[in-house]
Design a binder for this molecule. Structure first.
Ligand code: GLV
Ligand code: MN
Ligand code: MN
Length: 422
């Protein structure tokens, strides 16, 4: 296929409208206070999540897009094509945030998708294929672990029922939160879970420093590294902190310290490619003058090489068991996402669109996981990255300039146009 020149569709993308919409979304769940100004806490399947979705639905209505929701709570906006029976081209991302998140992670891809549809609408362009924008449920995994539940359920990677018993920090079951959410959206037409789009392309901030350091406008994402999540629960015995000799204790916190030290040794990587994070620790009874009888901690482990991901991930349980002195050990794997390569058709379309728009670009892999990882087995998939300041993300200071975000959306519009006219 020959390279399209930049179209009137991309020219109709409005930097101002997109920025205003992003800032309107950032107000829904804004974290108050000067230090965290700019931060957003909009957990999935909460009232705030629903409020944001209603605002999105209002904007979709302005361009006549139809709105549906599936049984995983994934929200779909659809702009019809000249051939409504043709497989749609899909774009989108997620609207939930980390508890201490920023204004762009996820929501940018949803608003960019809507902006692309709005630009096509205003430019009077009809594509052959329909174009759909999806807001996937629970990408972050901040409230219910793991992330990407909506896209995993949609793609068939995991049945929705597999997540039912996951609880949030308040003990609320995922199944109950989803039921409450779907009841609140009962006025939105339901759609079946899963279909086969022609292609999927997701726009996202990079969440790392490579584009900014390289002075590039656009990241042409080549694939996503693998991720595995685990929860380690250590059980000891609670006792009086003032009277119980150290030798007589079964102290879950001391065993957690031993376990994490041993895991740091397992995960040592002189090349600094491997990513290993202990980000959540729960201690019981969590009081200063009692020995802890329970300590549980999460592991987020990532690597681009499947062999390393499998070998070191599989070693975690034995390493923990060998490291602890007294505690009982339970290790549960909660997330298993192998590395993926994106499809040459979509990667090429992103690269060519960036070139046609005169934007500097480079190929790079994603260190963050994304819903796109789970769309790969379903249809040709790719992603567009835009730079973010100092690579900061999962942090209230997360920032991309309006112009950088608009450039990414122009590329997205070109790519959607091209794929939707195939
Ligand atoms: C996504 O939020 C990730 O943690 O990579
Ligand atoms: Mn994200
Ligand atoms: Mn994120």
């Amino acid at each position: 296929m020959s390279q399209p020149a930049a179209t009137t569709g991309a020219a109709a993308v409005s930097e101002a409208r997109q920025w205003e919409r992003l800032m309107a979304m950032a107000a829904i769940g804004a974290i108050p206070g000067a230090i965290r100004g700019g931060g957003v806490n909009r957990a999935c399947l909460t009232r705030l999540d629903r409020d944001a979705r209603r605002v999105l639905i209002g904007w979709a209505g302005e361009i006549g897009a139809t709105v549906t929701v599936d049984s995983a709570g994934n929200l779909w906006l659809r702009r019809e094509g000249a051939d409504p029976g043709a497989a749609p081209v899909l774009t989108g991302s997620h609207m939930d945030t980390q508890p201490n998140g920023g204004r762009f992670d996820g929501i940018y891809g949803v608003i960019a998708g809507l902006e692309a549809l709005t630009a096509l609408h205003l430019a009077g362009i009809t594509t052959r294929r329909p174009i759909e924008v999806v807001a996937w449920t629970n990408e972050e995994g901040g409230r219910f672990a793991p992330g990407c539940m909506g896209s995993m359920a949609w793609s068939g990677c995991k049945p929705l029922a597999a997540f039912a018993e996951v609880t949030d920090p308040d003990g609320i079951r995922f199944a109950d939160a989803l039921a409450e959410h779907l009841a609140a959206e009962v006025d939105i037409s339901p759609r079946p879970l899963g279909h086969v789009p022609h292609a999927y392309v997701e726009a996202h901030i990079e969440q790392g420093p490579i584009l900014e350091n390289g002075g590039k406008d656009i990241g042409v994402v080549s694939g996503i590294q693998g991720s595995r999540w685990f929860t380690v629960t250590l059980t000891g015995e609670t006792a009086h902190a003032g009277t119980t000799p150290l030798a007589a204790r079964r102290d879950a916190v001391q065993d957690m310290v031993r376990a994490i030290a041993a895991l740091n040794a397992l995960m040592h990587d002189p090349d600094d490619v491997l990513r290993f994070t202990v980000g959540r620790i729960v201690v019981e009874p969590n009081t200063s003058n009692s020995v802890a009888d329970k300590a549980s901690f999460t592991i987020d482990f990532r690597h681009p090489d499947k062999a390393v991901l499998l070998a070191r991930g599989d070693a975690i349980e034995d390493v923990v068991r060998a490291a602890v002195r007294d505690a009982g050990v339970v290790v549960t794997e909660t997330f298993h996402a192998l590395p993926v390569e994106f499809h040459p058709m979509v990667v090429g379309a992103v690269e060519e669109a960036a070139g046609a728009l005169g934007l500097s670009h480079m190929r790079l892999p994603s260190g963050a996981f994304h819903d796109a990882q789970f769309v790969v087995p379903v249809c040709p998939t790719g992603m567009i990255f835009v730079p973010c300041r100092k690579g900061i993300s999962h942090n209230p200071a997360e920032y991309s300039e309006p112009g950088q975000l608009a450039a990414g959306t122009r590329v997205l519009t070109e790519v959607l146009l091209r794929l939707a006219n195939e």
